[in-house]
Design a binder for this molecule. Structure first.
Ligand SMILES: [Zn+2]
Length: 273
């Protein structure tokens, strides 16, 4: 005779199968998009060499907060909260870059949802550029999930991550909660250890959070590689990898910095299920 617990698990799987739902989708509950910055790029050809030279474009900087039965996961931490106090925003060294502002802080966005940094179990970052790791230091008790190649990539002025807080240095993909609902995908190229995130939401379906595998839709569609990327070939291969995952999962692509896309999305405290 089967143990009662196993019977219950099998019964649950049968119900999920009959409802046409993947069993994995039950354990991730919500996804919030947080405003982690707004900016204006001086010249977008920096991201699309030879195309739209001299043209300015608005960017957004997004963080994503995922509620799973086993705990909260924050995907990217955005620009430093300190930028919220800069009246003129943060200006780039190269005028073709982005002037960033922070209309709200990450701490304020979390507290709107009744959360403090210590409530976040995992902080996963797509890569180590300042518009993605700006607030990592606010989460000294969360487990940081980052590729080893990124964590150990020397920065221009020393280590990119302050040693001390808990970290898991990944070497490839990682099924974060062990149920297939939140999966880190290794997508190197923009930086040595760049990663993206596949989230299988119960109602919305599968979503791929790009990181900076592409910065806006037009670059994705045309497989363009920004001039500052670490490795051009890897970047193109990673875009193809994401396209393959999306085809298999029937997934949407949510592009972190794409303002046109995000203008049409629900922003926290609204959420996706
Ligand atoms: Zn970025």
């Amino acid at each position: 005779m089967l143990p009662r617990r196993l019977v219950l698990i099998l019964a649950g799987a049968v119900v999920a199968f009959m409802a046409g739902l993947p069993a994995v989708a039950q354990s991730v509950e919500r996804l919030y998009i947080l405003n982690c910055g707004e900016g204006v790029a001086g010249d977008i050809s920096r991201w699309s060499p030879g195309v739209n030279v001299g043209k300015s474009m608005a960017f957004v900087d997004s963080c994503y907060l995922i509620r799973h039965r086993q705990g909260w996961l924050l995907w990217d931490t955005g620009l430093s909260d300190a930028i919220a106090a800069m009246p003129d925003g943060l200006h780039p060294a190269d005028a073709r870059g982005i002037v960033w502002r922070r209309p709200t802080t990450l701490i304020a966005e979390l507290s709107k949802l009744g959360l403090k940094p210590d409530d976040i179990r995992y902080v996963a970052v797509s890569h180590s550029h300042p518009d993605h790791i700006g607030n990592v230091a606010l989460f000294p008790h969360s487990m940081l999930l980052v590729q080893k190649a990124e964590y150990q990539w020397p920065g221009p002025d020393g280590p990119r991550f302050k040693p001390g807080p808990p970290v898991t240095e990944l070497e490839g993909d990682r099924d974060v909660f062990g149920d297939g609902s939140v999966v880190i995908l290794a997508t190197p190229g923009h930086t040595p250890g760049h990663q993206s995130l596949l989230v299988r939401l119960p109602q919305t379906g599968a979503v791929v959070l790009s990181g900076d595998a592409a910065h806006f839709r037009d670059n994705w569609d045309n497989r363009r590689v920004p001039e500052l990327n670490f490795d051009k070939q890897q970047t193109v291969a990673s875009m193809q990898r994401l396209a393959d995952v999306m085809a298999k999962e029937h997934a949407q692509l949510w592009i972190n910095h794409d303002k046109a896309q995000r203008d049409g999305q629900k922003i926290s405290p609204d959420f996706y299920e």
